[in-house]
Ligand binder design. Sequence first.
Ligand code: MIG
Length: 632
Amino acid sequence: MIKRFVFGKPFDTEAIINKPKQEEGNIPYFEKNGNTFSYEMDDKDIVWGLGENVRGMNKRGHKYTSWCSDEFEHSEEKQSLYGAHNFFIIDGKTKLGGFVDCPGRVDFDIGDTEYSKLYITIENSGFEIYLLEGSSVISIVKEFRQLIGTSYIPPKWAFGIGQSRWGYGSEEDLLKVQEGYRKNNLPVDMIYLDIDYMDNFKDFTVDSNKYRDFKATISKLKEDKIRVIPIIDAGVKVEDGYSVYDEGIKNGFFCKDKEGKEFIVGVWPGKSVLPDFLNKAAARWFGDKYKVLTDMGIEGFWNDMNEPALFYSEKNKQEVFEHLAEYKDTNVGLYANFAMKDAVNLMANNLKDYKSFYHETDKGKICHADVHNLYGYKMTKSASDSLERILGKEKYLLFSRASYIGMHRSSGIWMGDNKSWWSHILLNLKMLPSLNMCGFIYTGADLGGFGSDTTEDLLLRWYALGIFLPLFRNHSCLGSREQEPYQFKAVDKFRGLLNLRYRLLPYLYETFIDSVKNNEMYGSPLGFVWTDDEDAKRCEDQLLIGDSIMIAPVYEQNATGRHVYLPEEMKLIRFKGSEIIEEGIMEAGHNYIHCNLDEICIFLRKNKKLPLAKEAASIEDLDWKDLTYIEY
Ligand code: MIG
């Protein structure tokens, strides 16, 4: 049963496809106090959901804020990452799903202030709340996914191996990556371009000093079955004569300040303007620009900085400098020192800035802060609408950093700027099911970690999770240790794991398509399936992938194995690289499993089978029909 409650005059986010009729009367289950809704939780209640965020699968015991944020430090005390995914399920004696459809800030205090209380506080005066009743968590997920519509499906090659790094500047850099993979006999399907390929960080340009003939390079790589996937940023450089800027100015397509002048912010190219993606004509115009690159043979993109991330606003920058001048001749003590540093540090992604620019929508002029969480969604939708026109449905790869539910119909997302920390393997594992609940199925993490320096063992263990995620991409930050698999001595071990990815793809791809078509989970917590098993419900470091296999990657450094919980008897399949070296039935219960750096342990459920393909150097070479089956 789905019930829809409307409060005030909400802005239509287009998250929900088929809106059920509006309920009359008070909202059940919750106590309403102004714009705060509270729910009394049982001691044993688990709260699943909230999509992309820090901490556990069970969200209880922390505060979360729904506010798309450029957050490069995914640590425990944070409350928001790039996505705003306001869907949760309370799982206890009562099973209840909730979705707060609101494009502004929403706070979830889930047993943080008071262990037994769930508080939801909504900043906007207009919003909708959906309550979903069901007999199980899985049935509620299905109900919700029907409500929000079918998830994005990329082309098959997007399930191959991708290599990325902020810093691949030139044609030579690209060819070096190709050579690194091919010489070492490592399979690969995609090489990503970060902002370095652009001319002065201008969207839809290519630096001609770095590429003599971009189109020719793209087609050369394509002959080797490698696709090049460039980044697009939200901010547009302020520069007379740059056609994207000129056209946008002429048509009034950029966000404006209170006085109706373009709102100037600082991002990569320095002074920039923000396309008004909530203005339909502007969105269509910007989307059409992707054609500049598809005309050169590009078939996929990643959209970045679309929270939108702001280094500063021009207005605020001036004020900050005036303020800083006051310190010049003052005796700066403890508090003044804090204030001085804050003045600079808080320039980025500042709420005051988000409150001081406007969108031109169908419903008139709207302040950005009231619709903040839709910006990345609408940017990415403008791209997907255009790519669908140019290349066709399911013919383009697209994923975004910022998102809101609804965007899952247009593209995937990646999990953002993680670090080369062991704890982030686990964090990324935990994010997968919460994202799947919200319709984001094509997703994955920066394998090896984006920030800070990785190590060989960390990368190997991360790959052991990554080979099961739909989006497989090794990506790292400018200045960090180079982390392509061929940079390490253990290149043979990496080859084994990468080959296994392709061998598993018939299973993984079918699981992906099933979860999209049938609104199923791709990666599921054990507690969704073994609903009466307390140990399964509290298990947050293992996942079911589809309905046949369970995974339990090692995520601690120097560990030679790990504890694995089996809710039922299963068959252990041990791979060394891409070859099976052991098969054996394991009894239900708590076990300790040894697992070397070059090994993968998969647990197959009873009456299920796992198809395995032959190895392939790329998706196009993969034979999807020539399969062997491991049965149990
Ligand atoms: O402020 O384009 O998350 O993947 O490498 C950093 C440079 C901007 C953030 C993205 C990251 C990308 C980086 N970008």
